[in-house]
Design a protein around this ligand. Structure first.
Ligand SMILES: Nc1ncnc2c1ncn2[C@@H]1O[C@H](COP(=O)(O)OP(=O)(O)OP(=O)(O)O)[C@@H](O)[C@H]1O
Ligand SMILES: [Mg+2]
Length: 366
């Protein structure tokens, strides 16, 4: 399946620093000059989940395998990107391929680090990026909508739906608003809207990149970003990419102490990953046994066979049933045997809506 979060923002705001920390590598070059990143880097990131360790302890698993989420470090966007400025088209193409946008906003002052507008102002920065994304969508829809309308008059049913839902998006964009405010009338329209892959239809998480000494409290700039996020129904987190970079370079056993010294309860990365996961509408089910305990990602609202398909396509094709234990029952009853005895292991069929935290064993034939 492979959901992807794209790290987006102006040049030199800390995108690669964040990406490197997320992926615990130095794969992406982070440097103090704009346009350091040109080719997008993709990294798989383990999704932290305390439940998995609890399950593995009960199941006495030899291996513990978290589920993963992909992050893509995309090159910095600039004013005029939609007109091809600063390698604009290529970068917009990279953004089109991701499922959600992690928008990094510079909220730290540092005279040694150049800002493309020579002023630290995250709201103005956000507007530059949003405007470019809206212009790119606008340009594409101004071609696609009249085209669909023409085909709709010829009786093409698909084109009619397209003209309706993309027409709505076009009206919003002409009004200076993002396409994500579009309201498809039914599942068919929703499907067509998703296929259109509009840049401003993708969900957004704002990451306020603050100085090290402001990671715990945030600052006036990050507060302004939070107010913006709230007004848009979007999510925001405060992170210091500089701290995160230092943390991952430290031995595991020293990290907790360092976080405590900074007044932080956990690494900002965990919050970014979890927020990205939620942003994409993703949830987790588990498989557990002596060999391994493993977390798996499924889209909210998936039925049992679809979840089974995350493990193997044969599991979905030959699905018979899913022996399912809720996470709370698994813990309270000390694992599978106890849950079974207490009648808490359910036999679920094809129509079962998988719940976040379910421990599942799929029965299938091939
Ligand atoms: N919170 C922070 N505090 C201080 N310096 C930071 C912080 N975050 C990043 N930096 C510094 O800012 C500079 C730019 O960071 P980085 O290369 O990650 O930016 P970028 O957004 O990937 O840029 P580009 O678009 O050019 O690829 C680096 O020198 C990095 O160390
Ligand atoms: Mg970079």
């Amino acid at each position: 399946m492979g959901f992807r979060c794209g790290i987006v923002g102006l040049p030199n705001v800390g995108k690669s620093t964040l990406f490197n920390a997320l992926t615990e590598t130095q794969a992406a070059q982070a440097a103090n000059y704009p346009f350091c990143t040109i080719e997008p880097n993709v990294g798989q990131v383990a999704v932290p989940d305390e439940r998995l360790d609890k399950i593995a302890a009960i199941a006495k698993s030899a291996k513990v395998i978290p589920t993963q989420l992909a992050f893509v470090d995309i090159a910095g966007l600039v004013k005029g990107a939609s007109q091809g400025e600063g390698l604009g088209n290529q970068f917009l193409g990279n953004i089109r391929e991701v499922d959600a946008i992690v928008h990094v906003l510079r909220c730290f002052e540092d005279d040694d680090i150049q800002h493309v507008s020579n002023k630290v102002d995250p709201l103005a920065d956000a507007e530059i990026v949003e405007t470019e994304l809206m212009l790119a969508d606008l340009e594409s829809l101004e071609k696609r909508v009249p085209n669909a309308q023409k085909r709709a008059t010829g009786g093409d049913k698909e084109a009619k739906l397209m003209a309706s839902v993309l027409g709505q998006a076009l009206d919003l964009l002409r009004d200076g608003r993002p396409a994500r405010l579009t309201e498809p009338k039914d599942d068919e329209e929703a499907r067509i809207f998703a296929q259109a892959q509009l840049l401003t239809a993708k969900p957004v998480l704002y990451v306020c990149n603050v100085a090290e000494d402001e990671a715990a409290s945030g600052n006036a700039l990050s507060e302004a970003v939070f107010a913006k996020a709230e007004a848009e129904g979007a999510q925001a987190v405060v992170v210091s990419a500089a701290i995160e970079a230092e943390l991952v370079a430290m031995p595991m056993e020293d990290r907790a102490e360092y976080l405590e010294a900074l007044g932080l309860e956990e690494s900002g990365l965990a919050r970014v990953i979890r927020a990205g996961y939620t942003l994409l509408g993703l949830q987790t089910f588990f498989t557990a046994g002596p060999k391994e305990s493993r977390a798996w990602t499924f889209p909210t609202g998936a039925k049992a066979p679809q979840a089974a398909g995350e493990i193997h396509t044969d599991f979905e094709k030959g699905f018979i049933r899913a022996e399912t234990i809720a996470f709370e029952d698994y813990i309270a009853l000390n694992g599978e045997a106890g849950a079974k005895e207490a009648g808490k292991m359910r036999q679920e069929g094809k129509e079962y809506l998988v719940q976040d935290g379910d421990i599942m064993l799929f029965k299938f034939n091939v």
